[in-house]
Design a protein around this ligand. Structure first.
Ligand code: SAM
Length: 294
């Protein structure tokens, strides 16, 4: 019986630990122009995607991340028509955004054509409905370049990026966030994948510092995604409209009903409001962004 292959997540090598996944079958493995990509079948998590040794999604729990990165900013905004996703190659978030009837146009800017290509083959449950939807536009480009030069404007920008390694690094820089701010309509919302603060605390504080220099309201909300080891994942939330993250459960529930009350498996109006309640150690990391430079 051939030795089972194990694939390690190497994102936390600098902390001296790895999480390894037993592999039933490798479906796709290649070095693209931008990163190492491996898609494999895992006995518990199902299909899993790793880029440059960092877990991106797993079929088993992708709904948590996809729903929290899409429904929360869209229901916080309340009347988003134009939405931009930076990254998001697997199209899981795009599928959730398109459930919102207010959304008239969704643009996705993904740097790696290979990610979109294999997602069409291996995640047809996401890419099928998305590419069939006339509101959707897929652009292959560096998200940082795109926001620096586009003349398009958006109500919500969702940065569904990799971690700040490889091509994703630039998506954690102030220049990129300033580009996003430039592309946001008044009252717009920017949300970002901001890692697992228990292991990546500097990443969160650094993003909050940059957000604070650009937006009137800068914070994060949290969700626990089992395959992203380390407890709560932080999602950056920035806007100039301080009311958006303070809507009551009642208001969010009204908006959800108006949007058609589509099925969700993690997000609810109450979860939306509760997600901004940061555990103390995360609140301290966000507060650290306030401290003036010494
Ligand atoms: N859900 C995942 C997570 O939380 O880690 C991220 C999903 S998605 C696969 C991340 C995408 O960001 C990848 O497809 C990657 O190619 C894309 N990406 C990385 N750097 C980028 C850049 N500079 N511009 C646009 N897309 C980028």
């Amino acid at each position: 019986m051939a030795e089972k292959r194990w694939i390690a997540e190497t994102l936390f090598d600098d902390l001296g630990f790895r999480m390894t996944f037993q592999v039933d079958k490798v479906l796709y493995e290649m070095q693209t122009e931008h990163q190492h990509l491996v898609l494999f079948e895992q006995p518990f998590f199902g299909k899993m995607l790793m880029l440059d040794g960092a877990t991106q999604i797993s079929k088993k729990d992708e709904f948590i991340y996809q729903e929290m990165m899409s429904h929360l900013p869209l229901f916080a905004h309340g009347k988003a028509r134009d939405v931009l996703i930076i990254g998001g190659g697997d199209c899981g978030i795009a599928e959730e955004v398109l459930k919102h009837r207010t959304v008239k146009r969704l643009t996705q800017v993904e740097i790696d054509a290979k990610v979109v290509e294999f997602a069409k083959e291996h995640f047809p449950e996401f890419t099928g409905p998305v590419f069939a939807d006339k509101r959707f536009e897929s652009i292959i480009d560096d998200g940082a370049k795109y926001v620096a030069r586009t003349d398009r404007r958006f109500d919500v920008i969702i940065v569904d990026s990799t971690d700040p390694i490889g091509p994703g690094k630039i998506l954690f820089g102030e220049k990129f966030y300033a580009g996003c701010k430039r592309c946001l309509n008044d009252g717009g919302v920017l949300t970002t994948q901001n890692g697992v603060p228990f292991f990546q605390k500097n990443e969160l504080t650094s993003t909050m510092k940059k957000f604070r220099r650009l937006f009137a309201d800068a914070t994060c909300y949290v969700a626990a995604i089992p395959v992203y080891v380390g407890g709560h994942m932080a999602m950056g939330f920035a806007t100039d409209d301080k009311r958006l993250r303070r809507h009551s459960t009642k208001t969010i529930a009204q908006r959800y009903r108006k949007a058609g009350g589509f099925v969700t498996k993690y997000w609810t109006p109450a979860v939306q409001v509760a997600a901004f309640a940061q555990p103390r150690f995360i609140a301290d990391l966000v507060a650290k962004a306030e401290q003036p430079r010494r």
